[in-house]
Design a protein around this ligand. Structure first.
Ligand SMILES: [Zn+2]
Length: 388
């Protein structure tokens, strides 16, 4: 059994995270694959190094989740991933496109996003592929790798009623990863939720509705060793009115060891006021903050964003960083930013490992191991270096 990992790729203001489970399965959350060059790391290369190939030599992820269809969450899909039936996988040429064995997709989030913006070609292609898979399920009643899909959240107006077998409702647990279930993985789907009124629907549309999942990733005999809360770009209304209202008496649903700050450390996740307009006068929404403060001891909070600086830009926002730092401090935890890890000049993927005792940054366990072996090496040296 491998040590499970959670890897954040440095993709600027965007998201791209890979979970590797102890049984070797992989879950990719969002992608923002830009052309590498000055200041842009080759994250496609990083990703591919982490992926296995199937018996046909095709690289694959077991699952890809799309939190919502903004371009900074699906950039590079058409160019680098195989869409369509595996029977049409090219034998030569583009033969190394990544296969998505199973999609986790939300038609509800799509519908809301398409009301506020024009969808990119990558976003449209994801939706077309999701529809192909759902249709195949309707026709055949079962799906194989490369055709699998699980739908995140019931769609509005009964649109998913005839495929409920592949729908996970908000508040339910996901226990299957590409057709396999085992004790060291489950995930709680927290959003999207159906609107309760017209006003609610309008707010959900404006607040960057996203798939929000709290992953429980285990190892050995500890099934929920690490809880990782991943929330796309969900903004303040969702944390305040949909999640805290619902879970304030059951806050363990929101509890985490690792949090990816929603919307690239945006102020709009924590406040109804604008940062550029009100600055320090802007008020924190206490309920949203509570929803995002359910830390377990030693929690890590990661901003997947550009470097956070003291200016009017948002995201990322320096005052949001301050709030998250204070949340982390109260848990003896740590706040990190993908853009400056390990240094601003050359950001690298940020890897966490899952151990029985919780989450550990791989760069620390690695340097501790190196120090131990260096010490051991010194210990075997003859003691003759003192008199030069
Ligand atoms: Zn985004």
């Amino acid at each position: 059994m491998a040590t499970p990992q959670i890897i954040f790729f440095p993709v600027g203001n965007g998201d791209m995270t890979l979970i590797k489970l102890s049984n070797g399965q992989t879950i990719l959350i969002d992608i923002n694959i830009r052309a590498p060059g000055e200041g842009v790391r080759d994250v496609l290369k990083d990703l591919r190094e982490k992926l296995s190939e199937d018996e046909e030599g095709r690289p694959y992820v077991d699952v890809m989740v799309l939190s919502h269809p903004d371009q900074d969450h699906c950039r590079g899909l058409v160019e680098h991933f195989h869409l369509g039936s595996l029977f049409d996988y090219p034998v030569k040429g583009e033969a190394s496109k990544i296969v998505i064995r199973e999609m986790w997709s939300s038609p509800l989030v799509y519908r809301r996003a398409s009301k506020t913006h024009t969808l990119s070609d990558d976003a449209k292609a994801w939706n077309t592929e999701a529809k192909r898979r759902v249709q195949l399920f309707k026709d055949e009643g079962a799906l194989e790798d490369g055709d699998r899909i699980q739908i995140m959240g019931e769609d509005a107006d009964g649109k998913t009623d005839d495929v409920m077998e592949i729908v996970i409702k908000a508040g339910e647990r996901i226990t299957n990863v590409a057709g396999k279930s085992y004790e060291n993985f489950s995930a709680l789907l927290l959003a999207p939720r159906n609107a309760e009124s017209d006003e609610d629907a309008e707010e959900l549309t404006k607040n960057e509705s996203s798939v929000i999942i709290n992953y429980s990733i285990g190892t050995g005999a500890t099934p929920d060793a690490v809880k990782f809360l991943s929330a796309g770009d969900a903004e303040v209304y969702i944390w305040d009115k949909k999640l805290w209202s619902r879970y304030k008496n059951q806050p363990e649903a929101l509890e985490y060891d690792l949090l990816s700050t929603p919307h690239h450390c945006s102020w709009h996740t924590l406040s109804y006021d604008s940062w550029s307009g009100k600055g320090e006068e802007a008020k924190v929404c206490e309920n949203a903050r509570k929803a995002l403060s359910q830390t377990r001891a030693g929690a890590y909070i990661v901003a997947s964003s550009n470097k956070i600086v003291d200016d009017k830009n948002d995201p990322p926002c320096i005052r949001a960083e301050r709030e998250y730092k204070s949340i982390a401090k109260d848990a003896d935890g740590t706040f990190l930013n993908t853009a400056i890890h390990p240094c601003e000049k050359n950001p690298e993927p940020m890897t966490f490992e899952v151990h029985g005792g919780g989450v550990k940054p791989a760069w620390k366990t690695r340097s501790a191991a190196a120090a131990t072996s260096a010490a051991a090496a010194i210990g075997t040296q003859p003691l003759s270096h003192g008199s030069e």
